[in-house]
Design a protein around this ligand. Structure first.
Ligand code: IMP
Ligand code: MG
Length: 189
């Protein structure tokens, strides 16, 4: 049986783009800004499963105001690094957002196809306001323009993993954001 070491996952990473400390500092800043803007409002963080989970968990604890959580699950990429451009809603919100202030919390904005369709879906439910908080922004690949109210980091046009982001469902549990070594893609099942 091959040995499984604690660092096996991290060994597949060729370059660390953002350390856990850099992410933590940025999340604190974003939470402070959101708390300032939504003081006294009926705010719901709507997050998109599964990639945004670590970001959401940290961001909500950095946002010291009353808030509710809800989730959407959409499919866009499958086990590939290229977007199919087709977004399907796999799981819808559990509670109505009509008349509430919604902040969509997302891990990464790439082509914008996923979020533009998610925004249309949410707008149809008549929230009072709708804003986007995104940890990572990859502007080089944008196909659909989207306004970002709260942005963590702008990153180069590289496929990244970690802190919730996956390649074929792996690497979500890395505490940092990095780029995989090219040989990892070549040997992928
Ligand atoms: P978009 O529709 O092209 O903006 O892609 C949005 C979704 O694609 C994100 O929510 C991620 O799930 C996935 N995605 C885009 N870029 C990356 C990446 O570099 N690593 C991992 N997932 C990505
Ligand atoms: Mg995602």
């Amino acid at each position: 049986m091959p040995a499984v070491s604690a660092s096996a996952l991290a060994d597949d990473v060729g370059e660390i783009l953002l350390t856990a400390d850099q992410i933590a500092a940025k999340v604190k800043e974003l939470g402070t800004n959101i708390a300032r803007d939504y003081q006294g409002k009926d705010v719901v963080f709507v997050s998109i499963l599964k990639g945004a989970l670590p970001f959401l968990a940290d961001l909500m604890r950095a946002t010291p105001i009353p808030l509710a959580l809800d989730f959407l699950e959409v499919s866009s990429y499958g086990a590939s690094t290229q977007s199919s451009g087709v977004v399907r809603i796999l799981k819808d919100l559990a509670h109505p957002i009509e008349g509430r202030d919604v902040v969509v919390v997302e891990d990464i904005l790439d082509t914008g196809q996923t979020l533009s369709q998610v925004f249309e879906h949410l707008k149809a439910q008549r929230p009072t306001s709708l804003r986007l908080c995104v940890l990572l922004d990859k502007p080089a690949r944008r196909l659909v323009p989207i306004e970002i109210h709260y942005r963590g980091f702008e990153i180069p046009d590289k496929f990244v993993v970690g802190y919730g982001l996956d390649y074929a469902e792996r690497y979500r549990n890395l505490p940092f954001v990095g780029v995989l070594k090219p040989e990892v893609y070549r040997t992928a099942p």
